[in-house]
Design a protein around this ligand. Structure first.
Ligand code: FES
Length: 154
């Protein structure tokens, strides 16, 4: 799938090993359709996902980032997914300051049986990114990127 201007999409989905990765795997086994542009990265727990890893994903051309963990109350590391949700909200504020739309990053909570919901989340995130257009950091050259960082939007 491409953005409105024809640019191929890149959406990174950081999925915790225990639930959301299993849900994505099950979606594949069940042959549920979700956008192929969703690049899944397995992580031990969303609580382990560092803010810098998400920012690096944007810096390296991701148009959108999904953070998908266990259902609230079911994190295998107790409160990792609750910490991740707070971190995602913080990242939204950070990327807004460098001119990216906060909607480019989103937190999802899924059980390992929620294959359909994973496919739906990936599809809705893809549609959101199509509507937003490509990551301006990706299409900007290095000078433009430095200008964006030096002169935040707003
Ligand atoms: Fe899944 Fe923590 S183990 S979010």
């Amino acid at each position: 799938m491409n953005t409105a201007d024809g640019t191929p999409l890149k959406i990174v989905a950081f999925c915790c090993r225990y639930c959301s990765y299993a849900a994505a795997d099950l979606a594949g086994v069940l042959r549920l359709r979700y956008p192929a542009e969703t690049r899944i990265v397995q992580i031990p727990c969303t609580g382990r996902l560092d803010t810098l890893e998400v920012l690096h994903a944007f810096e390296h051309g991701a148009d959108g980032v999904m953070v998908a963990g266990c259902l609230e109350g079911d994190c295998h590391f107790q409160e990792g997914n609750l910490n991740a949700r707070r971190r995602v909200e913080h990242i939204k504020q950070l990327i807004l300051q460098i001119g990216l739309e906060p909607e480019r990053v989103e937190m999802f909570n899924l059980s390992s049986a929620m294959a359909r919901q994973f496919a739906d989340a990936a599809t809705s995130m893809t549609q959101r990114i199509i509507d937003l257009g490509p990551n301006p950091l990706r299409v900007a050259d290095r000078d433009q990127m430095n200008q964006m960082i030096e002169k935040p939007a707003g």
